[in-house]
Design a binder for this molecule. Structure first.
Ligand SMILES: Nc1ncnc2c1ncn2[C@@H]1O[C@H](COP(=O)(O)OP(=O)(O)O)[C@@H](O)[C@H]1O
Ligand SMILES: [Mg+2]
Length: 269
C-alpha cells in the first residue's frame, strides 16, 4: 500500500539503453525512493549518471526496463495531466506571444480556456513577467524565456513539477536569482518539485532532500536531508551549515569514483 503522503514512488527502477552498436548502457540501476506531497527534491550528479533518464521516466516519456514508478498512487504509463515539465532550453514557439505560449498545455489538454487564461496571467505576474504577456520570445532575455517556460509548466495546475537543469544555460547571477524566485513560487503553489542539476550548491540551496547520483552505472548513492531554515535567501550559501552539506555531497562523489583498473592504466601509458 502506498501511504497517502507519497506523491512519487520509485520501486527498484532500472533503465538500460541498447546502443546502435548493439551494446548495453545501464543508465540507472535499482533506484528506490519515495517523495512526499509538497516536497522539494533535488537530484544532483555528474553528466551521464542518469538524471535526465530518471526525469523522462517520471514524465512518462520513457519506460523503465524494470521496476515501477507510481505518481499519486497510480503507475506511470505515459505522459500525464498531473505533471508539468521544464527542460534546460525553454523551447517557446517563436510565433506565439508569451501568453499564447503559456496556454499551450491548456489547448493540448482541451481545458476550459477562460478559467486558465486568468491563471496564466496570475502566474505571469508571479514570475515577474507582468507587462510582457504580449511580447514574443525573441523580445525576452534567456532568463525571461525560462520564466515563461515555468509558467507554461504550471498553468494547468499540475501536482508535480519536473525540472531538468532548467537554469543551466543562464549566467551565474541570473541563475541564483531564479533559484530564489523558484523557492518563492514553490512556497506559494505547494507543488512537489523534482529539480535536476549538476551544481552541488544549487542542489543544496533548493532542497528539502537531495538525491545524490553517481555514473557507470547510474545509481543513487546518498540521500541528504537539508535542514537549512526557510525561507532561504542567497546569504545562506555563506554559512558553515551550507558548506557542510556541500562537502558531504562532494565526498559521496569521491567515495564512489571508479578506481581505474591496472589494465586501464597500462593502456593509457
Ligand atoms: N537514447 C539513448 N541511447 C543510448 N544511451 C543513452 C541514451 N540516452 C542516454 N544514454 C546514456 O545513458 C546514460 C545516462 O544518460 P542521461 O540520463 O542523459 O544522464 P544525465 O542527464 O545525468 O547526464 C549516459 O551514459 C548516456 O550516454
Ligand atoms: Mg541530462
Amino acid at each position: 500500500m502506498t501511504a497517502p503522503s507519497d506523491m512519487i514512488e520509485l520501486r527498484n527502477v532500472s533503465k538500460t539503453y541498447r546502443t546502435k552498436r548493439g551494446g548495453d548502457v545501464v543508465a540507472l540501476q535499482n533506484v528506490s525512493v519515495n517523495m512526499e506531497d509538497g516536497e522539494f527534491i533535488t537530484v544532483v550528479g555528474p553528466s551521464g549518471c542518469g538524471k535526465s533518464t530518471l526525469l523522462n521516466m517520471l514524465a512518462g516519456l520513457l519506460t523503465p526496463s524494470s521496476g515501477e514508478i507510481l505518481l499519486q498512487g497510480t503507475p506511470v504509463k505515459g505522459p500525464r495531466r498531473d505533471v508539468g515539465i521544464v527542460f534546460q532550453s525553454p523551447v517557446l514557439l517563436p510565433w506565439r506571444t508569451v501568453f499564447q505560449n503559456t496556454m499551450l498545455p491548456v489547448q493540448v489538454q482541451h481545458r476550459e480556456r477562460k478559467v486558465y487564461a486568468n491563471r496564466a496571467h496570475q502566474l505571469i505576474d508571479l514570475v515577474g513577467l507582468g507587462g510582457f504577456a504580449d511580447k514574443y520570445p525573441f523580445e525576452l532575455s534567456g532568463g525571461m524565456q525560462q520564466r515563461a517556460a515555468i509558467v507554461r509548466a504550471l498553468v494547468h495546475d499540475p501536482a508535480i513539477l519536473l525540472m531538468d537543469e532548467p537554469f543551466g544555460a543562464l549566467d551565474a547571477m541570473t541563475r541564483e536569482q531564479m533559484n530564489v524566485e523558484l523557492l518563492r513560487i514553490w512556497r506559494d503553489s505547494r507543488k512537489t518539485v523534482v529539480f535536476i542539476t549538476h551544481s552541488i550548491p544549487e542542489a543544496v540551496f533548493l532542497a528539502d532532500r537531495c538525491l545524490v547520483f553517481c555514473p557507470r552505472p547510474g545509481r543513487l548513492v546518498d540521500i541528504v536531508d537539508v535542514e537549512l531554515p526557510r525561507p532561504r535567501d542567497l546569504p545562506v550559501m555563506n554559512t558553515p551549515e551550507f558548506g557542510r552539506y556541500v562537502q558531504r555531497i562532494r565526498s559521496a562523489f569521491i567515495e564512489n569514483e571508479e578506481a581505474p583498473s591496472e589494465g586501464a592504466l597500462v593502456s593509457n601509458l
